[in-house]
Design a protein around this ligand. Structure first.
Ligand code: HEM
Length: 415
């Protein structure tokens, strides 16, 4: 049978459905209440499993092979679906959310700021940001690490994007808005779209945060223009140079900047906070890491040049990204009728894939709940482990800031 002749109902009969769908709401409540348990249970039903959000179908990919196919065929599996539809509401059409046809042009505009030769300079900014926050830590105090890691993450992302332009107050407000917004995106991903549009207090708060964030970024552009470009960071400067000064390009600029600020803040902060959580539970590991940092860095301030000698630190971070991938669920949408895992899928079908699900497959990572950095020692690794590890995604849409994020996380830990 020709794939193009298959409609949604034909695909529905062929892909197994996860149990537990409620009338009208489908799996929305389970996804909101305990998404990780739901995700981890899916491989028991098949390599590709159908979920229901409201009255619509969503296909969940459960194997590394199918995820690989999804990530490496962006013409068929384009950006879209639950996660990216919500992201577009805030950040419009930018490098992370734009369709495949526009992606190369977007990526070319931002790629220069992530060039390898820029990393040593960023290293100094990262260590300065870390010192400002960590300088307030005291030995005998319990620390809630996540807010402090957010402060460092936002400081680094803001420096990369806006240079020295953010005032401490504006930065603090932006951190809180980004956190609220990321939570809002998550809730809206799994609600039927009509519910997310009702003017409930939560929906109004979400819209207010969106407006505030856009205003803060727009204000930064004006301040940079008034200062003759003197306070802009690498990204703002690069984008202003490449864009004509029209109202449309102004909106595009806000979209691109706000995305980078969001992408650079939460994910690295989450990774660092989970790393500190694991270290706080394992004093032997903590001592081994301290010894490595003492040997490699000594009493000096850590620099970018130290990073490649911090082998255990790198394994600890890799294990954090495996066990706690910050981008734990992502989506795509089919642009045409296709076949995935032997199943016909109609055009316009939302598909989710989950680095979390993949990183917790016991057939690839034995005892997946155990935090074990030494599973990444060369003698303990097998090729499937690396292949299935996708904390930064893959293919043409792989994270643009992966090296920046790894440098940031290593230098903050070393600090
Ligand atoms: C530990 C930290 C980070 C993690 C786990 C992470 C994860 C990801 C993932 C999984 C994607 C791909 C999404 C998809 O395929 O749908 C992505 C894309 C992206 N990330 Fe990151 N990210 C991190 C840090 C950063 C930082 C620090 C920046 C920038 C300062 C950044 C900028 C971007 C951009 C621009 C994209 C879009 C790439 C494209 O579509 O061309 N990320 N990130």
């Amino acid at each position: 049978m020709a794939v193009s002749s298959l409609g949604a109902s034909a695909a529905r009969t062929l892909v197994p459905t996860a149990p537990g769908a409620l009338p009208l709401l489908g799996h929305s409540i389970s996804l909101l209440r305990d998404p990780l348990t739901l995700l981890l249970g899916l491989p028991a039903y098949g390599d590709l499993v159908r979920l229901r959000i409201g009255s619509g179908d969503v296909y969940a990919v459960c194997t590394p092979e199918l995820t690989h196919e999804l990530l490496h065929d962006p013409r068929t599996f384009d950006k879209g679906g639950f996660f990216f539809d919500r992201l577009r509401e805030l950040t419009g059409n930018n490098v992370a959310s734009c369709p495949h046809a526009e992606h190369a042009a977007h990526r070319r505009r931002v790629q220069p700021i992530f060039r390898k030769d820029r990393m040593p300079g960023y290293g100094r900014t990262i260590v300065d940001q870390a010192d400002t926050v960590l300088g307030a830590w005291r030995h005998d105090r319990t620390i809630d690490a996540f807010p402090d890691m957010l402060r460092i993450g936002a400081g680094c992302a803001a420096a990369l994007v806006f240079g020295a332009g953010f005032t401490p107050d504006a930065l603090e407000r932006t951190i809180s808005d980004i956190t609220l917004y990321v939570k809002g995106i998550f809730t809206r991903m799994f609600l039927p779209p009509a519910l997310a549009r009702i003017p409930l207090p939560a929906n109004r708060r979400y819209q207010a945060v969106r407006a505030r964030l856009r205003h803060a970024v727009s204000d930064m552009i004006d301040r940079n223009r008034t200062a003759g470009g003197a306070i802009g960071g690498d990204l703002l400067t690069a984008l202003l140079e490449s864009a004509p000064a029209t109202p449309d390009s102004r909106a595009d600029l806000v979209d691109e900047l706000i995305l980078m600020l969001m992408a650079g803040t939460e994910s690295t902060a989450t990774t660092l906070a989970w790393t500190l959580h694991e270290l706080s539970r394992d004093s032997a590991l903590q001592q081994r890491m301290q010894a490595e940092i003492d040997t490699v860095v000594g009493a000096d301030a850590p620099t970018h040049a130290h990073i490649r000698h911090l082998h255990l630190t790198a394994r600890v971070l890799t294990e954090t990204l495996r066990k706690y991938p910050a981008a734990w669920i992502l989506s795509r949408v089919t642009t045409k009728p296709t076949v995935l895992g032997g199943h016909p899928i109609p055009a316009g079908a939302p598909i989710i894939f989950s680095p979390y699900l993949q990183h917790h497959r016991p057939d690839i990572y034995p005892e997946p709940d155990r935090f074990d950095p030494d599973r990444w020692l060369p003698e303990n690794q097998h090729p499937a482990m690396r292949k299935a590890l996708i904390p930064f995604g893959g293919g043409t849409r792989k994270c643009a800031g992966d090296s920046f994020a790894m440098s940031e996380a290593s230098l903050v830990l070393a600090s």
